[in-house]
Design a protein around this ligand. Structure first.
Ligand code: PAD
Ligand code: ZN
Length: 362
């Protein structure tokens, strides 16, 4: 089968012939239908985060089950599934206390470089990425890395839920637990930020302020629920937000992955407010905060994949879509072939797209 391989950082992905093992007892072989391009893939391509290479990237996908291992009862061939990198064991302390994204069982949630599922004609090891590797015509995953979905859900929209949508929505609903009427700022309105805005609207937030440097993104944000927009090119973002909110917001979400914007997210909080950092700040980089702000009970926290319980959250997100509350069609900027994947990442880097998706049958 064909897969897009990252050989070296800051080099284009190369389409290669690769193979997968037969499913082990708890593994599922999936025919990939759609894979979304997420900025997290780009962070690894640019070397801002380390990963053993060569590797098949991709972690936002939907597909159809082809084959299951001897112990798998959850799905059968023909079932439609969405994948999630938050693979869980179900029995470690974090899983059993309701935080499966923090699963610590490395035999299920394998560490980078540990999986031997992928192979190719060369002697060099080919690495699986985040237990998924979605930029490939097929995926071999643990059964606890997938959720079964209804078959009338379009797979290209379902794929978006696999990372971007569950991350943005979950940051608002699961991590920050935004209450009805509270004010929200989302800094960075790409695929993940748009989901945070749409999630804030579903949660019943009051003011929802979208911050982005791209006017087209701000316009779409308004359609998804933003009540106000802020363009950083019009002046200090923190001051603009303070002016709009009479002194600060209850919740800010950094959905970009930069030091300056993480610091802005904290600085724009009202007393008692919470900043939630969703973006992947380059590995090793530190952020600076005013110590005094903690005396007014301002908080800052991380959010991994929207603190999801994806077997519950993803089918609910699909129901929101079916009821017209989650505007997934608006996310897709381009449908690409696997061979066009580098053009897709170039458009992301230029800030042009909300989400590009690879359509494997195209
Ligand atoms: P994206 O590239 O689609 O969106 C980034 C957006 O930021 C674009 O709309 C830009 O126009 C906008 N932007 C650029 N500069 C500024 C600025 N100075 N101020 C405001 N906006 C600006 O990215 P994405 O939505 O795919 O991902 C966003 C981040 O979320 C990224 O760091 C990614 O790695 C991270 C992420 N985290 C998790 C997690 O579990 N924490 C999961 C998925 C993605
Ligand atoms: Zn992602």
């Amino acid at each position: 089968m064909k897969a897009a391989v990252l050989h070296e950082v800051n080099k284009p992905l190369v389409i290669e012939d690769v193979s997968l093992q037969k499913p082990g007892p708890r593994e599922v072989l999936i025919r990939t239908a759609v894979a979304g391009l997420c900025h997290s893939d780009l962070h690894f391509m640019e070397g801002l985060y380390p990963h053993p290479l060569p590797a098949v990237l991709g972690h936002e996908s939907a597909g159809v089950v082809e084959q299951v291992g001897s112990d798998v009862t959850y799905v059968k061939p023909g079932d439609h599934v969405v994948t999630c990198l938050s693979v869980f064991c179900g029995t470690c302390d974090n899983c059993t206390t309701g935080r499966p994204v923090l699963c610590t069982d490395t035999s299920v949630k394998m560490l980078p470089g540990a999986s031997n599922r992928l192979s190719w004609a060369r002697s060099e090891k080919l690495n699986q990425f985040l237990n998924l590797s979605s930029f490939a015509e097929q995926m071999l995953v643990h059964e606890n890395a997938i959720v079964k979905i209804r078959k009338d859900m379009p797979l290209e929209l379902a794929a978006l839920i696999g990372c971007g949508v569950v991350t943005g929505y979950g940051a608002v609903v699961n991590t920050a637990k935004v209450a009805p009427g509270e004010s929200v700022v989302v800094i960075g309105c790409g695929g993940v930020g748009m989901a945070a805005i749409n999630g804030a609207q579903i949660a019943g937030a009051g003011r929802i302020i979208a911050v982005d440097t791209n006017p087209a993104k701000l316009q779409l944000a308004t359609k998804l629920g933003a009540t106000d927009i802020v363009d950083p090119r019009n002046g200090d973002v923190v001051q603009q937000v303070r002016d709009l909110t009479n002194g600060g917001v209850h919740h800010s979400f950094e959905v970009l992955g930069r030091k300056e914007t993480a610091e802005q997210a904290f600085a724009m909080l009202a007393p008692g407010g919470t900043a939630t950092i969703v973006g992947m700040i380059p590995f090793g980089q530190k952020i600076e905060l005013h110590g005094f702000d903690f005396l007014r009970e301002r908080k800052i926290q991380g959010s991994s994949m929207g603190s999801n319980h994806f077997r519950v959250d993803m089918p609910r997100l699909i129901e929101f879509y079916m009821r017209g509350k989650l505007h997934l069609e608006d996310w897709i900027s381009a449908k690409l072939k696997l061979s066009e994947i580098n053009e897709g990442f170039a458009a992301m880097k230029a800030g042009k797209t909300v989400r590009s998706v690879i359509m494997f049958d195209a």
